[in-house]
Design a binder for this molecule. Structure first.
Ligand code: GLU
Length: 320
């Protein structure tokens, strides 16, 4: 979906300070950076720190150090997502006023207990719509139930289709897989799907490059964008970095964190070369991200996951 026609592309890096950045992040951030820089565009760095229970102290500074170490830069001040939440409140108010979101007081346990049939996706997370049409307002929901209320988006049944500029057409039945999903959590905190949409729009983001584990989220974000009357960015979801068994690299992220590689004396240009070799570049030497801006070409980026096995890792951390 590339409804935006801004003259200058705007991309973003949106790390969450909930765990160390690793090679998988390096790969998707480099692709996001090359995508926009190769077209003379701007990059926003947004720290997604809304999930307070999962945010780890000190990680924001570490993230910034890791990105700089890798040779990535961005334009303007670092955007801390939690610093200004007023736009999320406005968005929630608009959704509520249009009858597109409703309060929900169900607990996780109740949602799990309400499942009647096994499900293709995570069965415990599909919401069966218990609170839809039940309360006139959030205040009423909280007063009657005596519990804090979340807000959920009304999701129509049927396939949601989006055109990903890298993956192609992607279909997903959000109602079947997730049901009416949360746009805010208890205590009025915006949920990830709403926060991403609102902040991408606020920053004028035209191009989103990220791991393809977020493709199902893109379908949900498309629904939020439609409900708010916002254009969708151009999405490119890229395959993840996996180990030799095909497991998501993230599982071993602490061992293979960029911070640890840096502490071990690895030359960051070796990491850039490693990513570049697996992203269609013809590169023979260690390099900085900026050295490759001119030769970036999406049509050469492989569509298969990037494998980083133990032997490769030794190569990467060894001679460099
Ligand atoms: N903050 C999310 C993460 O670190 C990424 C969100 C996004 O790119 O939309 O997984």
């Amino acid at each position: 979906m590339s409804a935006m026609t801004a003259a200058i592309p705007v991309g973003r890096l949106a790390p969450s300070p909930t765990g160390y950045l690793h090679l998988g992040h390096a790969r998707s951030f480099l692709l996001a950076w090359w995508d926009v820089r190769s077209r003379g565009g701007r990059i926003v760095l947004r720290i997604e720190d809304l999930d307070r229970e999962r945010v780890k102290p000190g990680l924001v500074d570490q993230l910034l150090r890791d990105l700089e170490w890798l040779g990535l830069d961005w334009d303007g001040p670092v955007w801390i997502q939690s610093a200004d939440t007023s736009a999320f409140d406005d968005a929630l108010a608009r959704l509520t006023a249009r009858g597109l979101a409703y309060p929900c007081v169900c607990t996780r346990k109740e949602i799990e207990a309400a499942q009647t049939a096994p499900h293709a996706s995570d069965p415990s997370s599909r919401y069966p719509g218990t609170c839809r049409g039940r309360f006139a307002s959030l205040d009423e929901a909280e007063r009657i139930s005596g519990r804090p209320a979340a807000m959920r988006l009304v999701v129509e049944p049927g396939a949601v289709e989006l055109d990903d500029a890298f993956v192609g057409r992607f279909r997903c039945d959000v109602q079947h897989d997730a049901g009416d999903f949360p746009v805010s959590r208890r205590a009025g905190e915006p949920a990830y799907q709403l926060a991403v949409v609102v902040d991408d729009a606020r920053a004028g983001v035209t191009d989103v490059v990220r791991g393809d584990d977020l493709l199902p989220s893109a379908a949900r974000q498309l629904l939020v964008q439609r409900a708010l009357g916002l254009a969708s960015p151009t999405w490119r979801h890229v395959p993840l970095v996996v180990d030799e068994h095909g497991r998501r690299f993230a599982k071993r992220s602490d061992d293979l964190s960029l911070a640890r590689l840096a502490a071990a004396g690895v030359d960051p240009r070796s990491i850039v070369r490693w990513v570049a070799e697996r992203s269609g570049f013809d590169v023979r030497e260690r390099c900085a991200p900026g050295d490759l801006v001119r030769s970036f070409d999406w049509t050469r980026v492989p569509r298969t996951p990037v494998v980083c096995g133990a032997a490769e890792l030794v190569g990467l951390t060894g001679a460099g």
